[in-house]
Design a protein around this ligand. Structure first.
Ligand code: SAM
Ligand code: DTB
Ligand code: SF4
Length: 319
């Protein structure tokens, strides 16, 4: 809902300006973020995406937060790529429950040819349900991105997760540049970009600012910006990382909203641990999308019935 009077979207944010936003008194930051939010969106609407992990575990990569890396001893059951029929059934259920986007995740470094052919069929089948589709399959070549687009995929999720500098402490099996290359291929194929990060990895405020600066200074902002809070998973190197302050999530959403005013900012992983009041504050700060459904990829999400009641209590319409 872009209005003529909206301030122009910027693509030239300096790191110092972003840090200054993070450091504002909370009320000043909230006022700025919420005013921006109202300029671009109906503040009483939240978009619902439902996630399904279509291939679980046994991933070759060593992302320190992830339950699905084959390198860590975590308590998850590995599962090969799911059958198309089961995926379509889950998508239908998500739609019946009110989701407008169906997001499919696979624990791969990058998709192999045989699986990729199956993936293209899955996209075509899910698209028949008239749902928006998103996939997150790891690194893509330019050709693969184009094939996904041709099959009807709407969004591709590929998170930068943190700053380029801190990323080296989190992952050693691929580089930040690898992530950027895939994102470039996704954009070149005219897919919508879903790209965000995780807070609570032990990063500094400067790392959060640098991540948002990278996203906000691209010539086209990601249409969707997921902000995840680390879900600590036993067996991963980050299992015992110190918890972040609850207001860090609010601040991060507020700054994302100010920097990328026309993008959907998703209050993503971590909601299961958040109070109703904290979530309400995140919606006020400009979050206008959530993952809705009993599970994220391998961990529990907020309860569906509780979410429904929360939106009723807040007078929020889900779209
Ligand atoms: N393998 C693909 C990839 O790495 O892009 C797709 C799946 S991967 C699990 C998708 C994203 O989930 C990660 O980039 C990260 O942002 C998020 N994620 C994974 N584990 C998480 C955790 N324990 N807490 C919060 N976010 C997590
Ligand atoms: C995103 O930014 N967060 C989602 C989705 N994109 C793929 C994943 C969250 C995963 C949380 C941990 C888990 O359930 O394994
Ligand atoms: Fe594999 Fe993705 Fe998990 Fe990294 S985040 S270990 S690439 S599934």
């Amino acid at each position: 809902m872009t209005q003529v009077s909206s301030p122009a979207v910027r693509y030239d944010w300096q790191i110092k300006e972003i840090i200054e936003l993070f450091e504002l008194p909370l009320n000043d930051l909230l006022f700025k973020a919420h005013s921006t939010h109202r300029d671009y969106f109906n503040p009483n609407q939240v978009q619902l995406s439902t996630l399904l992990n279509i291939k679980t575990g046994a991933c070759s990569e060593d992302c320190a937060y992830c339950s699905q890396s084959a390198r860590f001893d975590t308590d998850i059951e590995r599962q090969a790529l799911m059958q198309q029929e089961a995926i379509v059934a889950a998508a239908r259920k998500a739609k019946d429950n009110g989701a407008t986007r169906f997001c499919m995740g696979a624990a791969w470094r990058s998709p192999k040819q045989k699986d990729f052919e199956q993936i293209l069929k899955i996209i075509k089948a899910v698209k028949t349900l008239d749902l928006e589709t998103c996939m997150t399959l790891g690194m893509l070549t330019a050709e693969q991105a184009q094939q996904l687009k041709n099959a009807g995929l709407d969004y591709y999720n590929h998170n930068l997760d943190t700053s380029a500098e801190y990323y080296k402490q989190i992952v050693s099996t691929h580089t930040y540049q690898d992530r950027l290359d895939t994102l470039k291929n996704v954009r070149a194929a005219n897919l919508k970009v879903c790209c965000g990060g995780i807070i609570g990895l032990g990063e500094k405020l400067e790392d959060r600012a640098a991540l948002l600066q990278t996203l906000a200074n691209w010539p086209i902002h990601p249409e969707s910006v997921p902000i995840n809070q680390l879900v600590p998973v036993d067996g991963t190197p980050l299992a015992d990382t110190q918890k972040i302050d609850v207001f860090d999530m609010v601040r991060c959403i507020a700054v994302a909203r100010i920097l990328m005013p026309a993008s959907y900012v998703r209050l993503s992983a971590g909601r299961a641990e958040m109070s109703d009041e904290l979530q309400a504050l995140c919606f006020f700060a400009g979050a206008n999308s959530i993952f809705y459904g009993e599970k994220l990829l391998t961990t529990s999400n907020a309860d569906v019935e509780h979410d429904r009641q929360l939106f009723n209590r807040l007078g929020i319409e889900t779209v």
